[in-house]
Write a protein that binds this ligand. Sequence first.
Ligand SMILES: NC(=O)c1ccc[n+]([C@@H]2O[C@H](COP(=O)([O-])OP(=O)(O)OC[C@H]3O[C@@H](n4cnc5c(N)ncnc54)[C@H](O)[C@@H]3O)[C@@H](O)[C@H]2O)c1
Length: 312
Amino acid sequence: MSPPRALVTGGAGFLGSHLCDALLGEGYLVIAVDNLLTGRKANLQHLRHDTRFDFRELDINQPFDCGKVDYVFHFACPASPVDYMQHGIDTLKAGSLGTLHALEIARKYGAKYLISSTSECYGDPLEHPQKETYWGHVNPIGPRSVYDEAKRFSEALTMGYHRYHKVDTRIVRIFNTYGPRMQLNDGRVVPNFMKQALRGEDLTVYGDGSQTRSFCYVSDEIDGFIRLSKSDEHQPVNIGNPTEFTILECAKQVLEVTGSKSKIRNEPLPQDDPKQRCPDITKAKTLLGWEPKVDLKTGLKMSLEYFKAAAQ
Ligand SMILES: NC(=O)c1ccc[n+]([C@@H]2O[C@H](COP(=O)([O-])OP(=O)(O)OC[C@H]3O[C@@H](n4cnc5c(N)ncnc54)[C@H](O)[C@@H]3O)[C@@H](O)[C@H]2O)c1
């Protein structure tokens, strides 16, 4: 029997490239598609001689077809605030047209489907921690809405294809994830602090730094995706690390791990910046037997060599 074939959209991105590695490890032949808007071929450099892997540069916002596949993992979408603010229309298109095209492939070939959604679906949450049953508190017209609403629409489209076209879909709501292959300048907390600490610059903390975040190391996150891909759950599942840190605590851990003498500087809070964000992972625990294993300090240490090279 020939090995199963998986399509990974956004395969040259941070999470997509790690997912390609994991799927090859699971015995898949992998086709990664990406238009390199925010991803980099360098993230897939180590796979260039692997005959089980195929990279195609294309824009999923246009209809495309890469032949029969057994699984579609839809990860293509600008994801960091810097990227989606700069590429607002592309982000809305990836959430709508791109998601439609990825779902059409799953429908055409009878493939299973998993979409990367986000904790941003919860907006600035009024419920804490956030369970999958919480519908969110999102500003539909604010600067972040190009991402938040695109992702909420992607979820609606995915459930629509599941209900009307019987596509075998899954939705993962990803919370802040960090690790090697993240872009240094993408404005997310960990790469930002790492870059500043390693370059001896001040660490910029927005507001007073008391807003909390939870950070999941990439290997834990990918493990959650693989487990969910094997399950029959069609409703969204949170995958993220529930251990909360204030932004200030995170800055201090980065200073400790890097051994940097940088100072912490406070700057005004951006509009619609969530004050708290933390997953309730009861569902992932009970349904998938999943929970994160890597704590923040260990994950920062495991990422250090990558960020050192990137910060040069
Ligand atoms: N990293 C996180 O913490 C996080 C959190 C929540 C959700 N997510 C979701 O996970 C997915 C991957 O995020 P990431 O952090 O790896 O971001 P990323 O920017 O590194 O990866 C996204 C990839 O999609 C590609 N892409 C964008 N538009 C495309 C298009 N029209 N056609 C083809 N390729 C296109 C980009 O070039 C990039 O390689 C996204 O859907 C994102 O919304 C990530």
